[in-house]
Design a protein around this ligand. Sequence first.
Ligand SMILES: [Zn+2]
Length: 294
Amino acid sequence: MSRRSLYIPLLLLLTACVIPSARSEQRGSRCDSIPEGAKRLIEAYPTHIVGYEDNMIIFADGERLVYDDGKQRSTVEMHIEQDVEDIFYQEYDTRCFPPAYGYDPGRYRSAALFDKIYGRNQEEVIANLVKVAWCPSFGCDSLLFSRQAGAAEALKRVSDEFELRPELREWVVDAQTFCYRNIAGTNRRSPHSYGFAIDISVAKSHYWRWAYPYADEYQRIAYFNNISLEVVEIFEKHGFIWGGRWYHFDTMHFEYRPEINPPKSVVQKAVSRWECPSAISEMVSSGIFDGVCR
Ligand SMILES: [Zn+2]
């Protein structure tokens, strides 16, 4: 069987996970073999990631990337080296606020994955950048953002919402996006280097490295934030995560991370396709599904 022909059964299998059936003897079988994180990646980046097989993420061009390398890492080690699975180390839960000690959901990124989606070097990233009209009615300049993975479209939707909320203008008129650089104090590429991150209201923001220039990752620090949560809500609705939800706060910072925080417009679809087995257990208990996973 060709590699491509394997993907079609995979999609059929995933779709079948939510179809009610009376064949309860196959309970919890094949769909459980695809990790939840891999399902989220396929849902979030459908034009780039087309499947999962044998612990490998499969890209549309046939390239493969190890999902779980089996290594146990500390949070500090995950910043230096990581596999794709480490992205999902912590669930992005907006109820966990202010963030508890060590809670940094989405701060662990797979460089190999984002290199592949957004560009391996400055030249490749720049080739994918487009200008997004950022709140033009507020008099803002256009911003450069990646057209990959729907990032620029998501930023445009955020802009459209802000334009309907002129009372929030002060928060978004100062905005910066693409900048090819490393994260302060590290040799890792910043998400701004890929063109999927935006900083707003730098002058009103708090960043843990500015507040605690001598702190290491394990030091306990106090949390600061002045950014309006109404502003945060609008970004989060469209698939962005907020650095203000991190214990290591970066309150000016938002990045497009649909695998961590699916845009609200696609959440319903994501739940219906991927919430297996957790949503299935709910459906079983409510009597609308017998729990068969084929
Ligand atoms: Zn930033």
